[in-house]
Ligand binder design. Structure first.
Ligand SMILES: NC(=O)C1=CN([C@@H]2O[C@H](COP(=O)(O)OP(=O)(O)OC[C@H]3O[C@@H](n4cnc5c(N)ncnc54)[C@H](OP(=O)(O)O)[C@@H]3O)[C@@H](O)[C@H]2O)C=CC1
Ligand SMILES: O=C(O)C1=N[C@H](C(=O)O)C[C@H](O)C1
Length: 250
């Protein structure tokens, strides 16, 4: 069987350099391009890439995806910074290239995907819920894409269940003391040397609390998800939001 022809964009970065090694080590894949800043996207076409793994930054991701989708190259995207406007723009490119698929995965690690699922499941049973994400200090964005997605999933689940807003009688607060408001859920961002990527979802009810915590201790935690995404996206046209769609979580 012919190997899946995979390229990595952002190949010299923290996660991109791990992705290059993971694709090289995968028996069913061939690494056909590894692009860093300043490299020409046309290389992807010349190399015959079927899938581009996009791991750059929010400033670069849209231009890279526009090129890929217009050229029928499927995308596996870990880069953060997604807004409704950006998603609408991506969908319009995909509409014009109906056989092309893009997976956006706020987090590729199985533990983080499960954290999001568990948080969504638990959200309606507790009066209070807050998210704390903790990352290395070189991270460009806050809150993390994972925390933003987690908060949105929690908010959707609570709205569907008709939950009241979480109680909070704070009368005065320093700016930022209660975190960022993501769809009504407070999200707190910690940046600390020594950390990689961690998240806690804190849920509180009468006389009890539940904490769901996930820790990525090495970038290797993201690799099985990236490889699964590359294998599955080629037969999944359109936009797929979240790796959970490619996992059998029933
Ligand atoms: N979904 C997930 O599971 C994960 C997602 N991420 C996300 O992935 C992204 C990258 O993270 P991280 O590796 O830590 O960041 P880094 O800054 O270490 O890596 C990004 C790399 O992309 C390069 N780059 C920037 N612009 C371009 C471009 N136009 N073309 C090619 N390369 C470019 C950068 O070059 P230069 O250094 O010159 O700027 C850098 O080498 C972030 O958005 C992060 O949040 C990270 C881990 C897991
Ligand atoms: O920048 C990182 O490191 C990470 N980014 C992603 C995010 O913003 O959620 C995924 C993971 O948290 C690591």
């Amino acid at each position: 069987m012919s190997k899946l022809r995979v390229a990595v964009i952002g190949a010299k970065g923290r996660i991109g350099s791990e992705a290059v090694k993971a694709v090289e080590a995968a028996e069913d894949m061939e690494l056909v391009a590894a692009l860093g800043r300043g490299d020409q996207l046309e290389t992807l076409v010349e190399a015959g890439a079927q899938v581009a793994v996009e791991l750059t930054n929010p400033d670069a991701v849209m231009g890279n995806l526009e090129f890929c989708v217009r050229n029928g190259i499927h995308g596996v995207v870990g880069t953060t910074g997604w807004s409704d406007e950006r998603l609408a723009q991506l969908r319009s490119w995909l509409d014009a290239s109906p056989r092309t698929g893009v997976l956006i995965a706020p987090n590729f690690s199985i533990g983080a995907v499960l954290t999001m699922q568990f948080a969504q499941q638990a959200a309606r049973f507790f009066e209070s819920v807050e998210v704390v994400e903790l990352h290395h200090p070189n991270k460009a964005d806050a809150p993390s894409g994972t925390a933003a997605r987690t908060a949105q999933l929690i908010a959707d689940a609570r709205e569907k269940a008709g939950c009241a807003p979480a109680p909070d009688a704070t009368a005065t607060a320093l700016d930022g003391a209660r975190g960022a408001d993501v769809a009504g859920v407070p999200v707190h961002s910690v940046r600390l040397r020594g950390l990689l990527a961690h998240q806690e979802v804190l849920l509180g009810g009468e006389g009890e609390t539940l904490t769901i915590r996930h820790d990525s201790l090495h970038h290797s935690s993201f690799m099985p998800g990236i490889l699964l995404g590359a294998r599955r996206v080629v037969t999944t046209p359109g936009l797929t939001m979240g790796l959970e769609n490619f996992l059998d979580l029933a």
